[in-house]
Design a protein around this ligand. Structure first.
Ligand SMILES: C[S@@+](CC[C@H](N)C(=O)[O-])C[C@H]1O[C@@H](n2cnc3c(N)ncnc32)[C@H](O)[C@@H]1O
Length: 485
């Protein structure tokens, strides 16, 4: 792939004692979150006049200026509404792969294909394959389990979503039948949506250049629900990128002191594996601290970690982790690995050393037989690390922190975030990143974003990292650097 350039196309160092001391020292307090103003967005609005949402496109500059504050707030609410749809998508993954509420086998790729096929068949033949029978039995089991969710946090989440938010009724046969129908329709919707994405990707592959293809992939989920799921391997690609940047002299030893992770996510039941036999967890903030420490890019006594997310679930999880860490509790991350997935040796090495800078290897949770032949590691991350992570509710498309120059970030991580937005929203997001990065600071993203002529954010290179022998299993990490003012 050609280097992604400015174009008009959318295209062991942590001593645990030191860390403990750090956790007690508190963090710099950060100023409040601010919506982006009209004047700040004016150039983007002008440059992308043709690509604006319909409610903005018809307005002249005077009308735009007047409408902007309300539009921004309204759009913020609309974006946040997409979380419910993303949560429902996670619930479908839980239905397909979960083993904590059913004895039915996990759905295989072959059965997924059958269900996909069934869901588009004519009404009389719908959902007749063996894959579909498994899904039906899984739905029955899930509905039964919802009545006795106990302390299963994923079932409690499903209850909240289906009963409190969607108003389903578990207490009557008619209510349960209705829920059954709803869940089957949700599976069908998600699978059709994925088939649509596959078609878009296939069409993108036929485009003239790989950069065009990457640009199309980078907006793929712009109309989808906002998923909060996360997994280990994008962090492997980030480690490889940071290593390569260091090798090229782009990042110096101890040069990173403030980092922000946009959309850290929560491992609930992701669309590839969907394991549910361990507590929900976040991975990326820990992975990045671990990597920076391993590479000698960050000094523990100077490291400040902020996460930005608009999901209350993600933010609440991180707030609890921080509170627990301040009381001295470690944060335990479970790291399952399916040997059948044929990870590349370097990815396996990443999995093997994950956490060795910031915690200790501990016995993992037991793997239930129905999860298949998995390998698993667990790392208990030192409280001093988890205590350093400050979660902030922020919508990167429309908000930023108004930071004084000395508090701006050296490094911002944004993987699997911008793909949920269109070009206009990505450009607003990129401008918000620019406002929070110090000159020379870097953002790493696995999406390629438009570099508008007036933007100070420029892609300086990218790295492709392949995770496994499976087709298309990897990421291009684009290195964006903020130019000086
Ligand atoms: C699919 S997860 C990705 C998690 C992780 N970055 C990774 O690569 O595995 C997307 C995360 O971004 C968050 N998110 C989505 N849109 C956002 C926005 N506009 N501002 C802040 N966070 C956002 C979601 O709530 C979720 O936590």
């Amino acid at each position: 792939m050609s280097k992604i350039r400015a174009s008009n196309r959318i295209v062991a160092g942590f001593s645990l004692l030191m860390v403990l001391a750090l956790s007690l020292s508190g963090q710099t307090s950060l100023p409040g979150v601010r919506y982006v103003g009209y004047t700040e967005s004016q150039l983007i609005l002008e440059a992308l006049a043709e690509a604006l949402p319909t409610d903005l496109r018809s307005k002249n500059p005077g009308e735009l200026a007047k409408a902007w504050p309300n539009w921004v707030r309204g759009r913020d609410s609309e974006i946040r509404v997409r979380l419910a749809q993303g949560d429902e998508d996670s619930l479908v993954n839980f239905l397909l792969f979960g083993i904590s509420y059913t004895k039915q086998p996990r759905i295989t790729a072959k059965e997924l294909a059958e269900i996909k096929q069934d869901s588009t068949s004519s009404a009389g033949n719908r959902f007749r394959s063996s894959g579909s029978s498994i899904i039906r039995r899984r739905i029955d089991d899930l509905i039964r389990a919802l009545s006795a969710a106990g302390r299963n946090e994923r079932l409690l989440f499903a209850r909240r979503l289906l009963i409190e938010q969607r108003g389903h009724n578990l207490n009557t046969p008619a209510g349960r039948a209705e829920l059954n129908k709803y869940l089957l329709a949700s599976v069908s919707r998600v699978l059709n949506e994925r088939a649509g994405h596959d078609r878009t990707l296939e069409a993108a592959r036929l485009l003239a250049s790989t950069t065009e293809e990457f640009a199309e992939r980078s907006r793929l989920y712009r109309t989808r629900g906002l998923s909060s799921d996360t997994s280990l391997l994008p962090n492997f690609a980030l480690e490889e990128s940071l290593k390569a940047m260091q090798g090229r002299g782009l990042l110096g030893a101890g040069s990173i002191r403030r980092i922000a992770i946009i959309g850290p996510g929560l491992d609930f039941a992701d669309k590839q594996e969907g394991y549910d036999f361990y507590p929900q967890q976040t991975i990326q903030p820990f992975a990045i601290i671990d990597t920076l420490s391993r590479l000698g890019l960050a000094k523990p006594e100077a490291l400040q970690v902020t996460t930005f997310d608009l999901s209350p679930r993600v933010n609440h999880h991180l707030e609890l982790a921080q509170k627990r860490a301040r009381r001295g509790h470690p944060y335990v991350v479970q790291l399952p690995r399916d040997p059948q997935a044929q990870w590349k040796p370097a990815a396996v090495r990443f999995w093997e050393h994950f956490g060795n800078q910031i915690g200790i290897t501990v016995p993992p949770v037991a793997i239930p037989a129905s999860a298949g032949e998995l390998k698993i590691r667990a790392v208990s991350i030192h409280p001093g690390i988890a205590a350093r992570i400050t979660p902030i509710d922020l919508n990167i498309v429309l908000q930023h922190l108004d930071l004084p120059a000395r508090d701006r970030f050296d490094l911002i991580i944004a993987t699997n975030i911008f793909v949920y937005y269109d070009t206009f929203e990505q450009s607003l997001g990129m401008a918000n990143v620019e406002r929070m990065l110090r000159p020379g600071g870097v953002m790493l993203s696995n999406n390629v974003l438009l570099e508008l002529p007036f933007s100070r954010m420029h892609s300086i290179d990218y790295l492709t990292v392949v995770y496994s022998e499976r087709p298309n299993d990897g990421d291009h990490i684009v290195w964006y650097q903020r130019a000086s003012d």
